[in-house]
Design a binder for this molecule. Structure first.
Ligand SMILES: *[C@@H]1O[C@H](CO)[C@@H](O)[C@H](O)[C@H]1NC(C)=O
Ligand SMILES: *[C@@H]1O[C@H](CO)[C@@H](O)[C@H](O)[C@H]1NC(C)=O
Ligand SMILES: *[C@@H]1O[C@H](CO)[C@@H](O)[C@H](O)[C@H]1NC(C)=O
Ligand SMILES: *[C@@H]1O[C@H](CO)[C@@H](O)[C@H](O)[C@H]1NC(C)=O
Ligand SMILES: *[C@@H]1O[C@H](CO)[C@@H](O)[C@H](O)[C@H]1NC(C)=O
Ligand SMILES: *[C@@H]1O[C@H](CO)[C@@H](O)[C@H](O)[C@H]1NC(C)=O
Ligand SMILES: *[C@@H]1O[C@H](CO)[C@@H](O)[C@H](O)[C@H]1NC(C)=O
Length: 693
């Protein structure tokens, strides 16, 4: 604990971590997003206590390295700025990192390379109201340079990727091609592809292609070949040989590498950036179950505008100035909203969550029988990531939900469409809501045997709460009216089961099942109340009144069973005085404005949290010191402002503690900071809850 206190010095907007020789704005995160747009385009720079852009390899969210090298040659002297290559027989030095900064959509590093300063900008666009742009599985890397000694310099900028980007198993054979024209593209893929396949335990896809591109300007040269050969060529000569290695081989066999180099002249004005793009395209992207167990092939939404990947890349790479302006405006809006509504520390947390949350999703569209795109059939899919590979897990969509409501509530419909349509086919045999649409992304092939992970109250409550929240925000009644029978079926299940829950799992499945969970029961009660409001909107006043009355009578019994005998706090389990609980489900009442949780309950919890915080938060329940990033902030909507701010500063302290190097973990020990295996999950989108209540 002492170590951590000494380790971190918080200044106003900038955190300097001792031992890191650059300015970190706003702080050194556990891992920087570099190219994070889909579950399969997910490149990060691991940090822990801090690592320069050119001192470690970028890695996939799950930790396996992704070869991505940046070199620069200034008047004949070579420097590295990205990745950690070893090129025997060649001499280069590491550029000196001066600063690192993240915003919602960008990670930007500034490094000195002799007499020039480089700015290296990684932009992963997040454009939630532009479905075309949001669905593009590509990211930008832009490098600009400026002279620092008043003189003009010849600066060659080099960037490469290795075939590690296409396989979680480096013993597999890759093949590749390079196309030239106004944009040059290296296309790389596995020679043996498995449609809808994924490398189990590693998370990379087994099909599709990676596209690495640059614009044909500034004396562009290219080369493919063994890593050390290609890099040595650039270090020696500052240009590439315009040659292709067509000896297709295993990813780890002389590491096939795909490179570009540009040459610019740099003076005292910052140069126009040299741009590279990287993307991972699979088509079809998603397999989805229709009525009669028919498996539909769904494509990324951008295919409804473009007929080739090359046309997409050309538009995408040339649109960098517009994409950057859009990103800057989005970043500023998140920053301003989060700061003005809550606090600076809160704004810093939200910025770190944005690319991670959207990067677990894909927007898709289907084709009608005549082969045209069906613009009324848009579905968004989400990978659970790291806890398992489930697709559209209801209790993962639910915690992540606030970021979608904040950025574009219509995305809520696209997230729920697939779940609702599947269950409306009648193929799912259980009376409660399904847990997910499939065990392994990207196969959303349902659970026709009903053997999905069983979380009946959890998922019924989540579906009803999200359906009403979507209705309230958009006034679009089409979703609840089309699926009213299904929603009512789930409300009926809750009426029969939520007051005294049987031995069930909740979203905290890592803790095992337990009967009579206080926090689970209240989600079900709020779910019943949500259905009452849905029926009110749909004009069924009888059902609305009946459900409202059931919910309020359950609320009375719930308090009697769920509040400790000394009246100070909610219990993990009814009547059992041994354990307390982080009652994050009370937040749904705030989210919906349903007002059925008495203020006396939230008031006593608020005081109880204030008196029982640990170093990094309040435990999910007192059986173990594990706490949760997103549930801490959901809970913070139900407390006093002072307690809310304590939840925020505890999470902020954990994120700045240097205790992990994985993408934003969401479950960690609130005393030591040690993280569970949860990482890179979309659930961190839940930190936006304070902007939507
Ligand atoms: C910071 O600089 C010091 C002195 O040059 C060096 O010993 C240390 O390793 C550097 N730390 C990092 C993280 O680069
Ligand atoms: C690479 O492998 C894919 C998948 O087997 C195949 O479709 C493609 O033709 C191959 N490309 C080259 C250049 O060999
Ligand atoms: C292709 O991959 C599949 C699935 O991983 C594997 O079963 C098959 O043996 C592979 N085929 C070849 C020719 O390597
Ligand atoms: C070295 O670079 C020059 C241009 O700077 C080029 O003309 C020459 O062909 C290059 N040599 C090799 C071996 O790539
Ligand atoms: C388009 O999709 C909607 C929603 O799934 C569906 O109801 C409709 O039948 C589809 N239209 C065609 C022409 O396939
Ligand atoms: C749940 O609590 C109720 C009321 O206290 C009790 O009657 C019931 O036995 C409990 N259920 C279980 C499974 O323990
Ligand atoms: C309280 O819960 C704990 C853990 O589930 C259990 O071991 C204990 O027996 C329970 N006590 C009572 C009085 O039910």
């Amino acid at each position: 604990m002492l170590f951590i206190l000494l380790f971190v010095t918080v200044l106003s907007a900038v955190t300097v971590v001792c031992g890191v020789n650059w300015t970190a704005t706003p702080f050194v995160p556990p891992s920087y997003p570099l190219a994070v747009r889909t579950p399969y385009l997910s490149a990060w720079l691991p940090q822990g206590a801090g690592a320069a852009l050119n001192s470690v390899w970028p890695s996939f969210w799950n930790g396996q390295p992704l070869g991505w090298t940046g070199l620069v040659n200034v008047d004949g002297e070579a420097y590295s700025f990205l990745g950690d290559p070893v090129v025997s027989g060649s001499t280069f030095t590491k550029a000196t990192q001066k600063s690192a900064k993240f915003t919602s959509t960008q990670s930007t590093f500034v490094l000195d390379a002799g007499p020039v300063t480089l700015t290296v900008n990684f932009l992963s666009p997040v454009e939630p109201t532009n479905l075309l742009h949001q669905s593009i599985p590509f990211s930008y890397l832009a490098v600009s340079a400026v002279s620092t000694d008043g003189a003009r310099h010849t600066v060659a900028i080099y960037n490469d990727i290795t075939a590690e980007w296409v396989a979680g198993d480096t013993s597999l054979v890759a093949n590749w091609t390079t196309t030239t024209g106004s944009v040059y593209t290296h296309q790389v893929q596995l020679a043996n592809q498995t449609l809808f396949g994924e490398f189990s335990g590693q998370g990379q896809t087994q099909y599709g292609s990676v596209y690495f591109s640059s614009i044909n300007a500034n004396a562009l040269t290219y080369q493919t070949g063994q890593d050390t050969v290609v890099r040595a060529q650039f270090i020696k000569n500052a240009t590439l040989a315009n040659t292709e290695d067509t000896n297709f081989r295993a990813v780890n066999n002389d590491w096939p590498t795909f490179a570009f180099a540009h040459t610019i002249t740099v003076g005292a004005t910052v140069s126009t950036p040299v741009k590279f793009t990287i993307g991972q395209v699979r088509d079809p992207a998603i397999e989805y179950i229709l009525a009669g167990n028919v498996h539909q092939k769904r494509s990324s939404y951008w295919w409804s505008t473009y007929t080739t990947v090359a046309a997409l890349i050309s538009d995408f790479i040339n649109a960098y100035p517009t994409a950057l302006a859009t990103a800057n405006a989005f970043d500023a809006k998140v920053q301003k909203d989060a700061t003005s509504k809550v606090s600076t520390a809160y704004a810093e947390i939200t910025a770190l969550a944005v690319r991670q949350a959207f990067g677990a999703t894909e927007l898709t569209i289907s084709k009608a029988s005549d082969g045209t795109w069906n613009k009324s059939d848009i579905m968004m899919f989400m990978k659970e990531i790291s806890s398992d590979g489930n697709i559209n897990t209801v209790d993962v969509i639910y915690p992540a939900w606030p970021i979608f409501m904040y950025t574009n509530p219509t995305l809520g419909k696209y997230l729920l469409n697939g779940l609702l349509a599947y269950q409306a086919t009648g193929q799912y045999p259980n009376q409660w809501a399904v847990h997910d649409l499939g065990a392994e992304y990207p196969a959303a092939i349902g659970h026709n045997l009903g053997n999905d992970e069983k979380m009946p109250i959890e998922e019924c409550g989540n579906m009803l709460i999200m359906s009403l929240d979507y209705l309230q925000r958009t006034k679009d009644t089409s979703l609840v009216s089309r699926y009213s029978a299904l929603l009512d079926q789930w409300a009926t299940y809750l009426i029969g089961n939520t007051l005294y829950p049987e031995d069930q799992l909740a979203t905290t499945d890592f803790s095992g099942s337990l009967p009579n969970q206080t926090n689970l029961a209240v989600k079900g009660i709020i779910g019943i109340k949500a259905m009452s409001e849905i029926w009110a909107t749909l004009g069924n006043t009888d059902k609305s009144a009946s459900y409202a009355s059931t919910a309020s009578s359950y609320m009375t019994s719930w308090q009697q069973a769920g509040i400790s005998s000394d009246g100070t706090h909610l219990l993990l389990e009814y009547h059992n005085q041994t354990y307390d609980v982080l009652s994050y489900n009370l937040a749904a009442d705030k989210l919906l404005g349903t007002g059925i949780v008495p203020a006396s309950v939230t008031a006593l919890q608020s005081t109880y949290y204030a008196n029982n915080f640990d170093l990094y938060g309040f435990p999910i329940d007192s059986r173990s010191p594990f706490t949760s990033a997103q549930w801490s902030l959901w809970t913070a909507t139900t407390t006093s402002t002072a307690v809310r701010d304590t939840f925020i500063s505890k999470l902020h302290n954990w994120l700045t503690s240097g205790s992990t190097s994985t993408p934003f973990g969401d479950r960690f020990l609130d005393d030591t900071g040690v993280s569970s295996a949860n990482k890179a999950r979309p659930v961190v989108g839940g930190v936006f809850i304070l902007l939507v209540v």
